[in-house]
Design a protein around this ligand. Sequence first.
Ligand code: NAP
Length: 258
Amino acid sequence: MARGTMSAMPVKHLLILGGTTEARELARRVSLMMEKKVRVTTSLAGRRPTTPSLAGEVRIGGFGGIEGMKTYIAENAVDVVIDATHPFADQISDHANAACAGVPVPRLQVMRPGWRMPPGATVLEVDGLDGGAAILPRVARRVFLTTGQGGLEAFSGLDDLWFLVRLMDAPKDPPPLTDFQLITGVPPFTIQGEQSLLTEHDIDTLVTKDSGGEGTEAKITAAAEAGVTIILIRRPAAEPGPLAETVDEAFAWVEDHV
Ligand code: NAP
């Protein structure tokens, strides 16, 4: 070896399936701490109007199903995959499981834990958005709906209820609801801010996915304190295979696999 040169270690390619705080933080940490060893690409579905700034490279848009993801992994020499998508984004997680097993490349799913409900909270757990919509007329009059843009259709037809709908971005089309007010907001939210919304709009029921995470937990605390009923949509099961709950665990797994 010539003096002053080092044999270059092959750089490993990490694909992070993103769209969450955990994905963003993992990309930041791996880019910072394994810069010479790992190239990071974060994949986003492209649902939001603007692309967030993330450490490493970013690709946007669907892969075209399981076969499309397999092709992407092969063509871009991806060595390891972290599925850090949202706990309710179950289609992309299913695809990641199948595609990574097919290539094969190692894959880890990151799924943060669901929320712990405060003592004394009135909580009705339901399966799916339809389950939430089915129970609402029996328990609610004025509803704070926080299930996201893709989840609004399930609540159409509930014409006797009033909805406060909160989305991250203003939608192209109005919500398919009869009586509502639309607000936009991006986490993190504060308990005080959530309390004000509940009071100002005389909310009696909160509908939320059991997304977990600190950024949106304030609504649960505020609802419990205000005696607002919480309709909690159960999360889909994790994929089979390795599972991490935190960015720390995911980072350790990456260290072991590159
Ligand atoms: P989904 O139903 O599981 O996925 C639907 C399709 O969208 C997938 O089959 C895939 O298309 C594409 N897709 C999803 N995530 C992708 C990613 N990270 N990179 C490339 N393509 C992706 O997903 P979803 O519930 O619509 O969520 C979309 C994204 O928003 C996810 O990345 C998720 O992390 C984020 N998110 C979701 C929620 C939620 O409540 N669902 C909340 C916050 C953030 P192809 O089949 O063409 O590959």
